[in-house]
Design a protein around this ligand. Structure first.
Ligand code: SF4
Length: 115
């Protein structure tokens, strides 16, 4: 059984009117016997949760050929995944983001310094 990070954070998330779409539901669409042939089941899972842009791009490319990509993205949106690549998109705090912000000094806000 797969235990998602989201399941640990939100008790009872899969029950009731506001139920989320779990990964088991997504892979079940493809058939339980085929679930382990999905790209993310046959790759290093670290790349799906990497901080490196080249590994994130690689994870997204793996999702590109996935037969349950659309359902996976829908499920990740419903669960408000806190991080990782799901359905070919990168998530942060439940939102799809274009790219990880690189560490470093924040951009200078000229309005704050009156320049
Ligand atoms: S879309 Fe990506 S993360 Fe989702 S099941 Fe397919 S390979 Fe895995």
């Amino acid at each position: 059984m797969t235990v998602l990070f989201s399941e640990l954070l939100v008790p009872g998330w899969a029950e009731g009117e506001d139920a989320k779409i779990g990964l088991d539901a997504v892979t079940g669409i493809y058939g339980d016997e085929n679930a382990f042939t999905l790209p993310c089941h046959n790759s290093n899972p670290e790349v799906f949760f990497s901080e490196k842009s080249e590994e994130i791009a690689y994870a997204k490319s793996l999702c590109g050929g996935c037969p349950v990509k659309r359902e996976c993205l829908q499920g990740a949106l419903s669960r408000e995944e806190p991080c990782g690549v799901w359905g070919g998109e990168l998530f942060e705090d439940g939102q799809v983001i274009a790219a990880k912000r690189m560490p470093g000094r924040p951009r200078l806000n000229r309005e704050l310094i009156g320049a």
